[in-house]
Design a protein around this ligand. Structure first.
Ligand code: NAG
Ligand code: NAG
Ligand code: NAG
Ligand code: NAG
Ligand code: NAG
Ligand code: NAG
Ligand code: NAG
Ligand code: NAG
Length: 563
């Protein structure tokens, strides 16, 4: 381990680098997550890589910290870490969008020029799909956008519920050279991905059948549809239709982003799924915590698919108004298909590691039954932690009950404070010195028949803050790993009021929002704990303080100006 600095010294160094915002009256403002300077933000929109620049648009209220007056705000980056806010890209000006310019996606067309499809809501909240194109496509910053004179391009006719018809996807090109998109909807009480085709991106014709539908869910918001490579290490462009691939269909409903895998046949536009939404034992989600309305894009520079997701607040609207802001974006995550082919792996993009500073590291350390161990020497309120646990005595694990099909329910029943055999063990993040406040991110292992084991990952917010009136749900996910042959890994990105946790190298993700009263800034601590009766071994633990990302309006940028 490196020589520990005292917490106060670290904090002073950190302040010098990071300014005073986070330390003053804004303890929940984050250091390295994307956010506008103030006000309301929700869904990420139209992310793309264009002429060397990453673009992120997002649903934004220019006037207040609550939802309303929804506009497409626009920020750009060269590395997905530091961001520059530009002028708004699309604002409500037309009757078909009187109640806001809602979510949508970007597509780079065959001529290399980008286009945006977005939803407009009129004064009755009826929803229409619209087109916007850049005024000057040779400008890599794509500062100005022009709405198509043909808008609205797609209206809610026939059986489509006009109040539930939104969020067009990035388009993909079929073998017949027609573009395809899906739009989220609800028809006859069922969630549906309505398919449209177009030759010219302006005149769209509805497919006879939807791409997919489910009678187990209502409205599908923010659908996403894209290929993933089988056993490949690169992401794929949205129009890749052949080769060793599967397709992912994601839909947002019930406060989570759910996905299914399947085979897409472009000639027929059929999608044959391997599992279905909300089926027991295979209910796959990008994230089992606070993460919604996500959208992916293909980064042609680094040949990867990247996911953005909206991280909501879990404090009250009054708190948001007094903070002056609401909503953050997740750290961008790369998406790959796991080698089993049965699920996705999500992992924070490599670039975020450039913010890592001051490291602590331990190898091969016992975490005895009943122990709590403070991880010293880093700024625990703004950190990146990776830890892996090796287990023994697995035969002693408690027996799995076949009625335990819902991991969140199981985590609620078996909170961190409840003793077990193998687990609970894990991290206590954003914890106060006396542990009065703590957010436990932990595992438990259960035994099934034939020496098979079930690994449960939980994030327990019930003791995260002494403050009342917060949502403190406990989240849970099963992690498909074999603890006999593999270590159980956990990475947590801790950023003042966000804890983004990745179990099993990205097989299960849980994002939590917490608002501690005591465990803020230099008073936040980080611990590893084990309250199972069996000892656990930490095979490796590495932790880093994180520097602040530079996320500023273009006028305030410290680096040399850009054109
Ligand atoms: C929307 O903007 C109008 C005009 O600026 C303002 O009066 C109204 O309060 C805003 N609504 C919200 C919810 O921000
Ligand atoms: C739109 O496309 C459809 C199907 O290709 C075609 O029948 C129709 O004539 C087109 N409409 C216009 C206005 O171009
Ligand atoms: C729901 O859809 C499935 C196919 O996806 C079908 O087998 C089942 O019968 C449907 N259930 C109802 C109640 O319509
Ligand atoms: C999942 O399992 C539970 C408990 O066995 C059952 O009540 C529920 O109906 C099942 N849900 C689905 C979607 O099959
Ligand atoms: C990926 O490769 C591994 C190792 O060769 C193999 O076991 C696995 O079945 C492959 N996955 C798929 C989905 O084909
Ligand atoms: C829980 O387990 C820990 C560690 O084994 C032990 O110290 C503690 O007394 C137990 N608490 C209860 C309530 O059983
Ligand atoms: C499994 O859980 C159910 C419901 O809580 C309970 O009735 C049953 O006894 C449990 N089975 C075993 C083997 O523990
Ligand atoms: C571990 O067990 C001890 C003793 O029962 C308890 O005080 C502590 O809160 C437990 N840890 C967690 C994270 O619940």
């Amino acid at each position: 381990m490196s020589k520990p600095l005292t917490r106060a010294v670290i904090f002073c160094i950190w302040l010098a680098f990071n300014g005073v915002d986070a330390a003053s009256n804004q303890p929940y403002r984050t250091g390295f997550h994307f956010q506008p300077p103030k006000n309301w933000m929700n869904d990420p929109n139209g992310p793309m890589y264009y002429k060397g620049v990453y673009h992120l648009f997002y649903q934004y209220n220019p006037y207040s910290a609550i939802w309303g007056n929804i506009t497409w705000a626009h920020s750009i980056s060269y590395d997905l870490v530091d961001w520059i806010h530009l002028e708004h890209a699309i604002s409500p000006t037309e009757p078909y969008e009187a109640n806001g310019c809602w979510s949508g996606s970007a597509t780079v067309l065959v001529d290399g020029k980008p286009s945006i499809l977005y939803t407009g809501a009129n004064s009755k909240n009826q929803q229409f799909q619209n087109l916007a194109v850049p005024k000057n496509p040779s400008d890599p910053l794509l500062k100005e956008w022009i709405k198509s004179p043909h808008n609205p391009l797609i209206s809610p006719v026939d059986d489509i519920d006009p109040l539930n018809f939104r969020d067009p996807t990035t388009a993909w090109l079929g073998p017949d050279r027609l573009w395809r998109i899906i739009v989220g909807g609800e028809i006859g009480g069922q969630g549906v991905a309505i398919l449209y085709r177009s030759e010219d991106f302006v005149n769209w014709t509805r497919g006879k059948t939807p791409l997919h539908t489910s009678n187990k869910t209502g409205m599908w918001e923010c659908p996403d549809f894209y290929p993933v490579s089988i056993n490949g290490s690169n992401g794929l462009d949205t129009s890749v239709l052949a080769g060793l691939i599967k397709h992912v269909l994601k839909a947002s409903f019930n406060n989570n982003d759910h996905y299914v895998l399947g085979r897409y046949t472009p000639e027929m536009d059929t999608f044959s799924v391997e599992t279905n939404f909300l089926s027991n034992g295979s209910d796959m989600r990008y994230d089992y915590g606070k993460f919604y309305a996500s959208k992916s894009f293909y980064d042609s520079d680094k040949k990867r698919r990247i996911l953005w997701g909206w991280i909501l607040e879990s404090d009250s609207e009054a708190d948001d108004i007094s903070k002056g802001w609401s909503g953050l974006q997740s750290i961008p995550r790369s998406i790959l298909l796991d080698e089993s082919g049965k699920q996705l792996l999500l992992w924070p993009i490599k670039e975020i590691e450039k913010l890592r500073t001051k490291q602590v590291s331990f190898d091969d350390m016992d975490l005895k039954s009943g122990s709590v161990f403070e991880v010293p020497g880093i700024m625990a309120a703004q950190a990146d932690i990776e830890v892996s646990f090796r287990l023994s005595g697995l035969k002693e694990a408690e027996e799995m009950n076949t009625s335990w099909v819902d991991p969140e329910l199981l985590c609620k029943e078996k909170k961190a404070s409840m003793n077990g055999t193998i687990g609970p063990f894990g991290l206590l993040v954003l914890a106060s010195k006396d542990l009065e406040e703590q957010t436990a991110v932990y595992f438990r292992v259960f035994r099934k028949q034939y020496e098979k084991y079930v690994v449960l990952m939980c994030s327990d917010q019930s003791r995260s803050s002494l403050k009342e009136g917060l949502e403190k749900t406990t989240y849970g996910a099963f992690v498909d790993i074999d603890p006999v042959h593999e270590t159980i890994s956990l990475r947590s990105l801790i950023d003042h009021s966000i804890v983004e946790s990745f179990g099993g190298n990205g097989k299960a993700c849980i994002t939590a929002r917490v608002y501690p009263k005591l465990a803020i800034n230099q008073d936040a601590h980080l611990y590893a704990f084990n309250n199972g009766t069996m000892d656990v071994r930490i095979s490796k633990l590495s932790g880093w303080s994180m520097k602040r990302a530079q996320i500023v309006p273009i006028q305030k940028r410290r680096k040399p100006s850009i054109t």
